[in-house]
Design a protein around this ligand. Structure first.
Ligand code: HSE
Length: 329
């Protein structure tokens, strides 16, 4: 919701924006492909002020309030800079995505803050103009490394391909129908910089070639709506997931259980620990989520979960009521 009112000579504007969660990597597509999710995300409210610069008034969960160390703060500061405004923006962050879960919480905040800042500044920019700002915002949570596979799906919605060489080079990929998924969020926290630091510098040529081929086939399967095959390719990463899976002690049990229950594929998302399964429909996804959760518990790891779908919409304005009472936007 965007509200504007005048108080004395100053014009104040406020916007409350939902930034959706997202899945990234999708198996063989490390730093290259991501997908926006429905029903789960963070909410960022922006308020235009006369005090220059960005100030974070609320974040919670020990998230830094320093705008340079906060993905939302950094993204909004860059939008303010792009606008050449001498005014300031106050941000209030409502975290709904568990921190360090692997479903793009830091990206959701960066994208929502950039869009909210843009709105209070008078909607000077289109989504594509904010790519650099959201990438820089997300980089705050990734040890300074830009990768667009969560933040670009959160900004634009849908499935997004982005180049690890130059993340501002991206393509929006159409899929013919929404993808149903079960997402398990084990109660472990894995921070992206740590999960990146354990990855090998060099990998065998054969594995790299096979990964490249599987990513190409995965893309084709997604675009043609063959989600059964897409699920299969999502399980074939040889470079990153095998290393990170060691951090998620329930990984093998969850994967086995999901496949046995009919999942088309099951993999880690982003740096984990969340795991997602691709299902035929929401009913199957619900049954698959139940067995994923039991398998995790049997390994001694409590987990939360949700059934969701790919979403065509990225950041969007939410009403004040939705933002306050925590209803799923
Ligand atoms: N592609 C990034 C990684 C996503 O896997 O490190 C981080 O959530």
């Amino acid at each position: 919701m965007i509200q504007s009112h005048t108080s004395g000579a100053a014009v104040e504007s406020r916007a409350t924006v939902f930034g959706p969660a997202s899945l990234s990597n999708l198996g063989p597509g490390f730093d290259t492909i991501g997908i926006c999710l429905t029903g789960i995300g963070d909410v960022v409210s922006a308020c235009l002020t006369d005090r220059a610069g960005v100030r974070i008034t609320r974040a919670g969960y020990g998230i830094p309030l320093d705008p340079l160390r906060n993905t939302a703060g950094r993204a909004a500061s860059l939008v303010l800079e792009m606008a050449g405004s001498s005014q300031g923006i106050d941000l209030a962050i409502e975290k709904r995505i568990p921190i360090g879960s692997g479903i793009g919480g830091s990206a959701a905040c960066a994208a929502a803050a950039a869009w909210a800042a843009n709105l209070v500044l008078g909607k000077l920019f289109e989504h594509e103009d904010l790519v650099e700002a959201v990438l820089e915002g997300e980089a705050v949570a990734s040890g300074g490394c830009q990768h667009g596979d969560n933040v670009l799906p959160a900004l634009f919605g849908g499935v997004v391909l982005t180049s690890p060489v130059d993340p501002t080079d991206y393509r929006l990929i159409e899929i013919p129908r929404p993808l149903s998924m079960a997402i398990l969020i084990p109660r472990l926290s894995i921070l992206t910089p740590e999960a990146r630091a354990i990855l090998p510098e060099l990998v065998p040529l054969r594995s790299a070639v096979e990964n490249a081929s599987d990513l190409a086939f995965l893309l084709h399967a997604l675009q043609s709506g063959d989600f059964r095959r897409a699920g299969r390719y999502m399980m074939r990463d040889r470079l990153v997931e095998p290393v990170r899976a060691r951090l998620v002690t329930c990984y093998n049990a969850v994967r086995r259980a999901a496949l046995k229950a009919g999942a088309y594929g099951c993999a880690l998302t982003g740096s984990g620990p969340a795991m997602f399964s691709v299902a035929e429909d929401d009913t199957d996804a619900k049954a698959i989520l139940a067995v994923m959760r039991s398998a995790s518990l049997e390994e001694g790891i409590e987990a939360d979960g949700l059934v969701t779908r790919s979403s065509e919409s990225g950041v969007r304005v939410v009403s004040t009521e939705e933002a306050i009472d925590g209803r799923r936007p």
